[in-house]
Design a protein around this ligand. Sequence first.
Ligand code: UN1
Length: 526
Amino acid sequence: MATTAPQQKITYTSANVDMEAFHKTYDAALAEVRAQVGKSHPLYIAGKAVEVPGREPIVDVSPIDTGLVLGRFACAGPEQVDQAVRTAKAAQAGWARLPWQERIRIMRRAAELIRERKFVLSAIMSLEVGKNRLEAMGDTEESADLIDYYAQQVEDHQGFTRAMARLTPIERNTEVLRPYGVFVCVAPFNFPLALSTGMSSAALMTGNTVVYKPAEDTPWTGLKLYEVYRDAGVPAGAFNFVSGHGREIGDPMWQHPLTDGVVFTGSKAVGMRIFHGLSQHWVKPCLMELGGKNSTIVMDSADLDAAAEGVMRSAFGLQNQKCSATSRVYVHRAVAQPFVEKLLTQTRAITMGDVSRRDVWFGPVINARAVERWEQAVAQARKEGRILLGGERLRGGDFDRGHFVSPTIAELPLSSSLFMEELFVPFLAVAPIDSLDQAITETNRAEYGLTSGLFSTKQAEIDRWFEEVEAGVCYVNKRSGATTGAWPGAQPFTGWKGSGSSGKGGCGPWYVQQFMREQSRTVIEG
Ligand code: UN1
């Protein structure tokens, strides 16, 4: 069966899709992908395969089944990093000299190819990340839409060239935005296609070249993005695929003197290290999205069914491994008991296991380190408060093959550090509050400020919350996901405080401009 058949678009909040056709095509794509596992893959620098003979490859295993080796990926060292950055530098002028319309044409072709390949790309992500089918397809569709949305921004601004005022009749003044040069693009595992595509496509279409490092846990999806760009016509050397161990190659990439900027999505700790280290001789752009500790506030006027479903979806979708996930809930004391009961009922109904199967919603966490983090959080919660649901590793059958932990909800005192630290595992902290003021104060106490959710039917509360909450992406009464599901062109994804660096997010109208610098051009014509 063809896995490239066109089908309806799936977003993170889709309904009314023909699920029979979807699952049939997904099954076929999974079979196709399973037939390709276990191969060895090189790096791609200057359009050429580069082997790294002296170093052990990265063994890419599925978190669903750690016995399933998806592939072996060449493990770059500093020498290959140097080669990749030099290559990107050499390719940059030629790429930037193309008329912007030509770059946009190539990038829009890449979006088309992602849509053509969407079932195979999603099936790979299901196996490589442990993403359920709809989440994986959402990731793929978002990737294509990100390219188109950014391309539209460039078109709407005529390639970012505009005529400026004249101070005298004899001068002609123009301003143009021009690329910085070489961007190092470091991607995380959780949205291995959407975040890689969003960051790199914005860099590329504005005339930069890219050295791309996929997350260590998801090099296969990253390689597929390389193939998309190559097949779309991105010239050799403009996008270089360099897999390897996190810090070992990440550091030499951004520390390289020929690197002109960094675009990074990942942890705050790593992001801050890059930010502080990047600008040694002059200030270089460092565009970062750095995680969250997102709260949802449930007020006494809320529709509690909607709130419970919205929180469950945002807390446990992709096993909480989203920067946008809800990981703490402040619920008004007057409705705390019925809300928590509904939340527990919703969470008990979650289907768990091998997420590559249809109808399984909740899968494994990404690796053994994540299991450990979850175990530590559970142990701390047992000491400080009360586990309301979960708290055990999942065992037996499918569960014994992968990194499976149960969706866990704990009631904790507001003083617990579990309300403030990002964990990135399925652990939800809940506490009753007495007022909106208190809930906003608690929310804003965190170092992070990415997404935030509110369930309330009182306009005055909604207005106040928008005004006072310190977060870039705010949702009211969102049942399909209290704090998750941002989409290109609909919800710009901007991290405030410790969640980002520039105040202008991906998915938004000010994103691509950040990959360029102004040049004002004055010509005296007299
Ligand atoms: C992330 O986890 O870094 O809003 C991105 C969402 C997704 C993006 C999450 N579009 O839930």
